[in-house]
Design a protein around this ligand. Sequence first.
Ligand code: NAP
Length: 335
Amino acid sequence: MLYTENGKFGKLSVIGLGCWNFGAQWNNKVSEADAIQIIRFAIDNGVNFVDVAESYGFPDGQCEILLGKALLDGYRSKVKIVSKIGWYGRREADFGVSRSKYVRRMANILYNKIFKYKEFDVLKRSPELLRLCGHACCGRLQTPYIDLLLCHDDNPQDMDSFIKAFRILKAEGFIRHYGISTNRINVLKRFQEKSGNECSACECDYSLLNRSAEKEIFPYCQNNKITILTRGALARGLLSGKYNLQTVFNEPSRMSWNVGGSERSNYESYIKKINAIKQNLKTEVVTPYAYKFVFSNEHSPAVVLGSTTLDQIKQNIEIATSRLSEENFKLLTSI
Ligand SMILES: NC(=O)c1ccc[n+]([C@@H]2O[C@H](COP(=O)([O-])OP(=O)(O)OC[C@H]3O[C@@H](n4cnc5c(N)ncnc54)[C@H](OP(=O)(O)O)[C@@H]3O)[C@@H](O)[C@H]2O)c1
């Protein structure tokens, strides 16, 4: 296993295990027993951080509960836990309001009209609510503290509430570090400034299909000692190269790629690009190149990746033992 040390969050394996793909949000594809086996295998073989969020799983919190079970029997002390808060307090079931901006705005107006309490804003998350979300994460994960807690909202209107809550959680000993998950440079800069340079990490989307973070996010993180965590290196599995225009997806998280779905046109252009990559590399299996492309970047990000089978995690750990050759790095950069 290769390791990287690129900011305040310390030494990390170049791949960390993402737990979103467990916990029934992906059609119950992975049983609890299999998920626990995958998590423990990863840790036994050098993976030293895991990534989860309060909103992962169905119902919410399911992935943290499962991860908490997997980390019993001595596994907790072998890994750093990254979790995220911010979406739970805004999901439909909580206040009876939808995530959609329009519906939330209407709910606000109605609420203000009915209760004549103009200051109340159902969109706003208070530091106290967020602080309690942090406590709940620790409870579900069966751990006294979380190593890194991220703001899951990539553009929070109530950033001050998050920072206040994170500071209290840190002082209480429930978290060691905090940061934000965003691909927006202005949001990251604002978060860093408002936190008095306490932002320890930024988790952003980065892959051969989305290289936007290279331009500003990566250099900014490097200059400010903010650890870079990336997700989506395989673009939800697409960059493995195993899907094509005929594939029909059943998981809610990928159904928008199907014919008629909201992301269909993007999907078609991605497949075109992946076919070009396959031709240039003269291979059908893109996975190793897609992962290595990310952690071989000069800014040394650590890749949060999902694995839905034991075979996949075995392959992914093997991939994380060497970087991309200079020749292939240049080739992939040019496509
Ligand atoms: N911060 C955020 O807002 C955010 C957002 C999204 C995700 N995340 C985190 O990032 C993690 C990874 O996200 P992602 O699922 O989008 O990542 P990904 O790493 O791009 O894709 C993972 C998927 O690729 C496939 N795969 C994995 N290893 C493979 C291999 N060796 N060969 C072939 N296929 C393979 C599996 O799906 P199939 O086998 O089903 O194809 C797996 O579920 C999540 O678990 C979560 O922790 C964070």
